[in-house]
Design a protein around this ligand. Structure first.
Ligand code: SAM
Length: 285
């Protein structure tokens, strides 16, 4: 395992690309573009607290999060939760196995992060019952049904640190995720800047007292995503296919570099890297 101390945005981008490429060696559905963006979120997401992953499966995103923490902060502060049994109808198949525990822990071992993760083998709701810690990055990739995503949002979003980031996987593919992201995040004045990269929908919790300068953009994005969800739910496969194509240009979801991300988020909160405050991290482009 290669470990370095990363202190600036260019280094974050090359770290993100490296981890995203490596992550494709572990089973999962996160694409390289999404993996690189998740790494940028973990490196530059502001706020105090832990990184919480809901839904680990065989560890693809877990490993990215832990490695970024190790290489930018010098220590991992990642908590992950998953019963590892794929209980939801939206979960990936375990191909007849009762659990993916052995593969998950084997992958963490192989990536050198087994000791760096605080892992809870249970549902997110069970973990939430005693949860009191502040969360700086809330990564939701568990039960993708509307009720499942709502439950994750309701249980954990109250713990998001001011300026912290919430991110959902599969906003472009699963209507349940799309709707919760649109209704609870994009249409809420509690959140500020937001967007989509690949199929990751993300937003920054506003710092109390800050001006909501992004409401119009968030509402436009919500309108488009909700329209998409309605088509996906309609069950008409010809319309679905046609709309999915249309959506590709109606919802911007291109890759985003560390510098682009940093230029968009609220600059009020400094990001602490192991080598000091991220150099140039708050210069707006
Ligand atoms: C799409 S997979 C996660 C993919 C993973 N993030 C990756 O990068 O490969 C969804 C996971 O959510 C888990 N899951 C389902 N219901 C859950 C719940 N209520 N709480 C926590 N995890 C849940 C499943 O066991 C499954 O492993």
């Amino acid at each position: 395992m290669m470990t370095t101390t990363v202190t600036n945005q260019d280094e974050v981008d090359s770290l993100a690309e490296r981890l995203a490429t490596e992550s494709q060696g572990y089973a999962g559905h996160l694409t390289e573009r999404e993996g690189a963006f998740l790494a940028v979120l973990a490196a530059h997401g502001p706020g105090e607290g832990v990184v919480l992953e809901i839904g680990s499966f065989k560890g693809r995103s877990t490993i990215i999060l832990a490695r970024v923490e190790q290489e930018t902060k010098g220590r991992s502060n990642v908590v992950a939760v998953d019963p590892l049994t794929s209980p939801s109808v939206t979960d990936p198949s375990l191909d007849g196995a009762a659990s993916c525990r052995d593969v998950f822990f084997g992958n963490l071992e192989r990536a050198g992060v087994r000791e760096s993760i605080e892992f809870h083998e249970c549902t997110a709701h069970k973990l939430s019952l005693d949860w009191v810690r502040s969360i700086r990055l809330l990564w939701i990739d568990g039960d993708h049904t509307y009720d499942g995503v709502t439950s994750d949002f309701v249980d954990f979003s109250p713990h998001l640190a001011p300026g912290g980031i919430i991110a959902f996987h599969d906003v472009m593919h699963c209507a349940g995720v799309t709707r919760v992201f649109a209704e609870r995040v994009l249409r809420s004045g509690s959140f500020g800047v937001a967007g989509v990269v690949g199929s990751i929908g993300w937003a920054q919790l506003r710092v109390r007292g800050s001006v909501d300068a992004h409401a119009r953009d968030r509402f436009r994005l919500a309108d488009r995503l909700e329209h998409h969800a309605a088509v996906v739910e309609s069950g008409d496969s010809r319309r679905k296919k046609a709309f999915a194509k249309l959506l590709r240009w109606r919802v911007p979801h291109d890759a985003m570099t560390a510098q682009e991300f940093v230029s968009k988020i609220d600059p009020g909160i400094p990001v602490q890297f192991a080598g000091g405050v991220a150099s140039g991290s708050r210069t707006r482009s």
